[in-house]
Design a protein around this ligand. Structure first.
Ligand code: FES
Ligand code: FES
Length: 162
C-alpha cells in the first residue's frame, strides 16, 4: 500500500491505496464520488473525466498514486454554495443530455476547454470534446450548451452587458 494525500473537491484526504488502483476507482469506491462514472475503462469515452490540478484527465487512465499531492475536482465539486456551475446550468437549459451518463465527463472537459479558450468557435468546441463520447448522440445540444455557457460567462465578466 502507498500513502497518498490530496485534495478532492476542496477536502483534504489521506489514504493508503494499492499502487495499481485507478484514480476513478479511488474516487468512486473509496471516496464515494459516484458522480464520476466509468464508461469504457480504456481511456476511450471520457465519461470519467475529472480535473487534476486544473486540467481535465480521464481518471481511468491515471493511477491514484499519481494524484498524490494534487488537487482533484470532480463533477460533484463544481457547484458553489448550492449554485450550479454555468456549464451545469447550460446543459440543463439547452437539453444537452438524454440518459446523462456522459454528462459529468462532458461538463468537466468543457470546463477545461472554456478555461483555456473562453470564446471557442463551434469547430473548437467539437475538437475540444472529441475525446468524449455520447451514445445518445446528443452532440448538437452539447455544443450549443458549451456556447451558451461561454456567452453567459462572458456576459457576467462584461458586467452583464447584453
Ligand atoms: S471510463 Fe475513462 S475514458 Fe471511458
Ligand atoms: S446523454 Fe446518454 S450518453 Fe450522452
Amino acid at each position: 500500500m502507498t500513502r497518498i494525500e490530496l485534495t478532492v473537491d476542496g477536502a483534504k484526504v489521506v489514504d493508503d491505496v494499492e499502487p495499481r488502483l485507478l484514480l476513478v476507482q479511488y474516487l468512486r469506491e473509496q471516496l464515494g464520488k459516484t458522480g464520476t462514472v466509468i464508461g469504457c475503462d480504456t481511456a476511450s469515452c471520457g465519461a470519467c473525466t475529472v480535473h487534476l490540478d486544473g486540467h481535465s484527465v480521464k481518471s481511468c487512465n491515471v493511477l491514484a498514486v499519481q494524484a498524490d499531492g494534487a488537487e482533484v475536482t470532480t463533477i460533484e465539486g463544481i457547484a458553489t454554495n448550492g449554485e450550479l456551475h454555468p456549464l451545469q446550468e447550460a446543459f440543463r437549459e439547452c437539453h444537452a443530455l438524454q440518459c446523462g451518463f456522459c454528462t459529468p465527463g462532458m461538463i468537466m472537459q468543457s470546463a477545461d476547454l472554456l478555461a483555456e479558450n473562453p470564446h471557442p468557435t463551434e469547430a473548437q468546441i467539437r475538437e475540444g470534446l472529441e475525446g468524449n463520447l455520447c451514445r445518445c448522440t446528443g452532440y448538437q445540444n452539447i455544443v450549443r450548451a458549451v456556447r451558451y455557457a461561454a456567452d453567459a460567462t462572458s456576459a457576467t465578466t462584461d458586467g452583464g452587458a447584453a
